[in-house]
Unconditional design. Structure first.
Length: 316
């Protein structure tokens, strides 16, 4: 499913529509009544980890400050600076995955715990599936035939037409209303508030680092692609327990996580795709044969993992 950099890209697509009123709606979603969005104003757009949140208010109501404006005000008061967001073109995440992993990942996404603030509210939470995406002012078109041989365009879950004439289209996502976003910027690897100390404490646990990296409590937005790539970049075997690694190794792994995620986001903003070094590869960049295995905690969710035994030797 789309990881943090992709969802932040989706948020940038929605930002130009903040302040506009919904004139017409459509879509196949059965989780919400899409007609409830008619004549509402899009008040705010936020991203937290792998989730996108859109706030809607009555069109005649006052348009309060957005979350971005609130953060800018707080940073201005403290003398901090905010990062540039970049452009607004839409880029799809590479999603070629083995079918069995896709099924397990979909089952896992359905089993996610609900937001603590879940309930009636004016925030619509989006969690994207395996091929989830957002398009602005265009619809997705089929680029190949489906299993039945039909060239059928993907069906949108939600379409929002605005009074300005523009529209947003949401594909393969789950939606529900909540009273406020579930947000912890300290755990978001792409947030300026990311807490390195807390992340390092989590990595020091006597658990395989490939398990810890996918723990959204400490690495919100970090997914399987990022996990595979940064373990290769840091030259760490996926099953190495964090407690046996030197602090310098953990620091290097954390630096790789932040730098790779930021670089992936910036590539998306420039309209470029991802070129993984180890993810779904048969050979590493040095020509060594790559191993593949389904790794995960006992009784927990397991993910396909790729690593190079020579570049990422096991630590006993």
């Amino acid at each position: 499913m789309p990881e943090g950099p992709s969802v932040r890209k989706f948020q940038l697509l929605t930002s130009p529509f903040v302040g506009q009123v919904v004139a017409k709606v459509g879509g196949s979603s059965r989780k919400i009544n899409v007609n409830d969005l008619n004549a509402l104003r899009l008040q705010d757009s936020q991203v937290h980890g792998k989730n996108l949140y859109l706030a809607f208010v009555a069109a005649e109501g006052p348009l309060g400050p957005t979350a971005e404006e609130t953060v800018l005000q707080r940073e201005a008061a403290s003398g901090a600076s905010s990062p540039a967001q970049g452009g607004q073109e839409q880029v799809r995440v590479p999603q070629t995955r083995p079918q069995d992993e896709e099924l397990r990942e979909l089952q896992h996404s359905r089993a996610e715990p609900p937001d603590a603030a879940e309930g009636p509210g004016n925030w619509l939470r989006f969690h994207f599936g395996l091929f989830g995406s957002i398009r602005a002012n265009e619809f997705s078109r089929a680029n190949k035939a489906n299993k039945r041989g039909d060239w059928k365009d993907p069906t949108p879950r939600l379409v929002l037409h605005f009074e300005s004439g523009g529209f947003l289209v949401f594909y393969n996502c789950r939606m529900h209303w909540c009273s406020s976003p579930r947000a912890d910027p300290a755990s978001d690897i792409l947030s300026v508030e990311f807490h390195r100390g807390r992340a390092l404490d989590a990595l020091r646990a006597p658990d395989p680092v490939c398990y810890t990296l996918l723990d959204q409590r400490y690495f919100s937005g970090l997914g399987n692609i990022i996990k595979n790539e940064i373990l290769y970049l840091a030259k760490i075997h996926p099953l190495t327990q964090g407690s046996v690694l030197a602090l310098s190794d953990l620091e290097r792994l954390l630096d790789c996580a932040i730098q790779f995620s930021s670089a992936w986001l910036h590539s998306k903003l420039r309209g470029k795709g991802l070129h993984p070094q180890i993810y779904q590869k048969e050979q590493c960049p040095l020509g060594h044969a790559v191993m593949k295995g389904t790794l995960g905690p006992s009784g927990g969710f397991k993910r396909l993992t790729w690593w190079c035994p020579q570049c990422q030797p096991a630590v006993l």
